[in-house]
Design a binder for this molecule. Structure first.
Ligand code: NAD
Length: 477
């Protein structure tokens, strides 16, 4: 039986997008000194949403100076219990403005409203609540209480407000001030957050938002008066940043790419595992650093799992991200879709077998159907490189040893999933998998109390939990 769904679009009228935005420096929106402008676009419609400033080096310098002054004159002098009040206030304002933020995120990013409403925005608020609790208890965390000073933070486009929260909440809790650069394709929720800082009466200069592309990011990372660099993004840019920071006293944390294995054993509850595989790779169109982009399925149940998976994928609804029925939204940019297409062509050329869910793609905007590759070998590019899109590479295994060997055969080490009825097997696997986060019988679960981060080319440092505080406290001389 098939069902027809009446569209249930969220109202766009809950957001008020200005025609143009300046930079948020020293507590106010200012015009750039040496910046240009660019348009931010709705990827589902290609409609320009607003004109945004591309900050130049002088603008970045002005933001860093504002952050330095705020650090010296207010923030570093304030007791943790007072800083906590600001963090709690910000958390409550995110909750109060959650509907507006969710719609704005979906318009600018292309992700389904269901996800921005139920995952991104509540988790962003949760990060501020969690870190507010730490602000006056830092001496119990075990990393001292000495802040770095000014943190320069650069984030990607896949979870714009959530990545901002992961960066700003711990930095402020530990007593640092911040200059943050959002990704060029998704600046709008960071600019709305600037307004939240104003609403919360955060002292001017404690949080500064400079929009722009990689050149703005580079100017921030290389600024001599930045004490700590925190970056989330691609491994390639992470390498450039590590080189730029080498030989300075700057602290550095890097949260980079991934190629996670989602490992399904034959004793797993298979219906649940299939749901977990779908969530693992098709959540947020696969634009997830820890996405379960490699399915490792035990040979004895491979056919059964693949049949169920394809049946389930055929029921996913792709389309208007503002529609509350939508499961799969738009690809964030034309460049990202071109990258996905290039790797998918490589999969075809290398002889893997491609299957895509039959779904009509809207005429405007950037889209890619949920896609599964079978017959994949470990040497294939689609098994080794991060596709960062709704594309799953399926490999099989016979024994737990083989599953471990294949799961670890990657330059990355961010996350993994294990699906099995046996706790002892899950623990055995977890002790052998080289990944920062391992989920058991679930996938893509996040909690501010749980540290998140990678090994190998997935970066270093942790975000969230007690361990995440270490990234924002100077522990050495
Ligand atoms: P990207 O590296 O191209 O860009 C990330 C950010 O860095 C953007 O704000 C960009 O403007 C800026 N940037 C680009 N060049 C720079 C430079 N030379 N110096 C300073 N900043 C520069 O990555 P992306 O395409 O926006 O994001 C996708 C990548 O992010 C994927 O590889 C994904 O796995 C990764 N990611 C990792 C995590 C994690 O926690 N490990 C989380 C989300 C995304």
């Amino acid at each position: 039986m098939t069902f027809d769904y009446a569209p249930a679009p969220e109202s766009r009228s809950v957001v008020d997008i200005a025609p143009s935005y300046g930079l948020f420096i020293d507590g106010e929106f200012v015009d750039p000194i040496d910046g240009a402008t660019f348009k931010t676009v709705n990827p589902a419609t290609e409609e320009a949403l607003a004109e945004v400033t591309e900050a130049g080096p002088l603008d970045v310098d002005r933001a860093v100076r504002a952050a330095r002054t705020a650090y010296r004159t207010t923030w570093s002098r304030m007791p943790g219990s007072e800083r906590a009040k600001y963090l709690y206030r910000i958390a409550r304002l995110i909750q109060e403005r959650s509907r507006e933020l969710a719609v704005l995120e979906t318009l600018d990013n292309g992700k389904p409203i269901r996800e921005s409403r139920d995952v991104d925005i509540p988790l962003a608020a949760a990060h501020f609540f969690y870190h507010a609790g730490w602000a006056d208890k830092l001496e119990y965390a075990g990393y001292g209480t000495r802040a770095y000073g000014v943190a320069g933070q650069v984030i990607p486009w896949n979870f714009p407000l959530l990545m901002l929260a992961w960066k700003i909440a711990p930095a402020l809790a530990c007593g640092n001030t911040v200059v943050l650069k959002p990704a060029e394709t998704t600046p709008l929720t960071a600019l709305a957050f600037a307004d939240i800082c104003r609403q919360a009466d955060l002292p001017p200069g404690v949080v500064n938002i400079v929009t722009g592309d990689g050149a703005t990011g580079r100017a921030l990372v290389e600024h001599p008066d930045v004490d700590k660099v925190a970056f989330t993004g691609s491994t390639e840019v992470g390498r450039q940043i590590q080189r730029a920071v080498a030989g300075t006293r700057k602290g550095l944390t890097l949260e980079l790419g991934g190629k996670a294995a989602n490992i399904v054993f034959d004793d797993a509850p298979l219906d649940e595992a299939v749901e977990g595989v779908v969530n693992g790779i098709f959540f947020n169109q696969g634009h997830v650093c820890c996405a379960g982009s490699r399915l490792l399925v035990q040979e004895s149940v491979a056919d059964e799992v693949l049949d169920a998976l394809k049946r389930r994928l055929s029921t996913l609804r792709l389309g208007d991200p503002l529609d509350k029925n939508t499961d799969v939204g738009a690809i964030n940019s034309a460049e990202q879709r071109a990258r996905i297409e290039e790797l998918v062509r490589a999969g075809d050329d290398e002889g893997a077998e491609r299957w895509s869910a039959a779904c009509a793609l809207p005429e405007r905007g950037w889209w890619f159907p949920p896609t599964v590759f079978t017959g994949v070998t470990q040497a294939h590019r689609i098994a080794r490189e991060e596709i960062f899109g709704p594309v799953l590479a399926v490999l099989t295994f016979r024994t737990p040893d083989e599953a471990v060997e294949k799961a670890n055969n990657t330059p990355f080490g961010l996350s993994a999933g294990v699906w099995s009825e046996k706790g002892s097997r899950t623990l055995w696997m977890a002790s052998r998998l080289r990944a920062g986060v391992i989920w058991a019988n679930t996938f893509n679960r996040f909690d501010p109390a749980a540290p998140f981060g990678g090994y190998k080319e997935s970066g270093f440092g942790r975000e969230g939990g007690r361990q995440g505080l270490a990234a924002y406290l100077r522990t050495e001389g």
